[in-house]
Design a protein around this ligand. Structure first.
Ligand code: NAD
Length: 235
């Protein structure tokens, strides 16, 4: 059966994605050849993006974060757009994403569970005041609130727990789905990667450039670029 035929037959599709969904928008993922883990930094990205590092080396954290994690000019690609179209046509229940780049919402998706938060939300740790991503991008050194508190992005850093309501919503959506499309993720970051185990529907599809631990369990595996593959789907 083809991806198109599976999508035609399904009405409660859930999409579960990772950094590979945004590489066609020019945002590097973590583990590919040109991913952030292969680039040269004195400190590995998973250390720089940890809660410990944020609190102990806040200025260095922000130097890396502004340079690599705030691609505010990036635009949605064909994958983000097709998913928004599927939702608008009533075929897609939700997008569950590990990404923090906000590109699904930029493309028009409404029901998005951001497991790892978003660069578009930032709050003062002392008084809770909201700061936009643009304010963070324009800031220098450690961004601070007028009250003197340090501003922290609402992104889940390594060592921090996921938000409970977001977990509940994502698991509810996945367990109600009749089709789950998993794409652009190495499925190595837990607990997020474990959420796909809650799927009990009919078609489990994987679209990824490289093999993943889920390949052998899927009804359909497409090794390729998610934007190119989804752009061919007729809604
Ligand atoms: P990962 O880097 O571990 O894996 C990405 C996977 O996507 C790889 O298996 C790769 O083969 C595949 N891939 C890359 N480009 C692709 C494409 N065009 N089409 C299909 N597959 C493609 O990413 P992960 O599993 O999401 O885990 C990394 C963690 O870092 C996550 O928490 C993620 O949210 C975060 N992160 C987010 C962003 C972002 O917000 N855009 C960017 C980098 C990392």
């Amino acid at each position: 059966m083809t991806l198109q035929e599976m999508i035609n037959e399904s009405n409660r599709i859930v999409f579960f994605g990772g950094a590979g969904v945004s590489t066609e928008s020019g945002i590097p993922d973590f583990r590919s050849e040109d991913g952030l883990y292969r680039q040269k930094y004195d400190v590995p990205p998973e250390v720089m993006l940890s809660a410990d590092y944020f609190f102990s080396h806040t200025e260095n954290f922000y130097r890396f974060y502004r340079e690599k994690m705030l691609p505010l000019e990036a635009q949605p690609n064909a994958a983000h757009k097709k998913l928004a179209e599927l939702e608008e046509k009533g075929k897609l229940l939700a997008v569950v994403t590990q990404n923090i780049d906000g590109l699904h919402q930029k493309a028009g998706s409404k029901n998005v569970f951001e497991l790892h938060g978003s660069v578009y939300r930032n709050h003062c740790r002392r008084c809770g005041k909201f700061f936009s991503a643009e304010q963070i991008a324009k800031s220098t050194g450690v961004p601070r609130c007028e009250c003197g508190g340090i501003v922290k992005p609402d992104v889940v850093l390594y060592g921090e727990p996921l938000d409970g309501d977001t977990i509940d919503g994502a698991i509810r959506a996945i367990s109600h789905a009749d089709m789950l499309i998993v794409a652009g993720t190495s499925l190595t970051v837990y607990p997020a990667a474990g959420f796909v185990q809650c799927f009990e529907g009919k078609y489990l599809v994987l679209i990824n450039r490289d093999p993943t631990p889920l390949d052998s369990r899927c009804d359909l595996v497409l090794h390729g670029k998610v934007g190119e593959i989804l752009s061919q789907i007729q809604v």
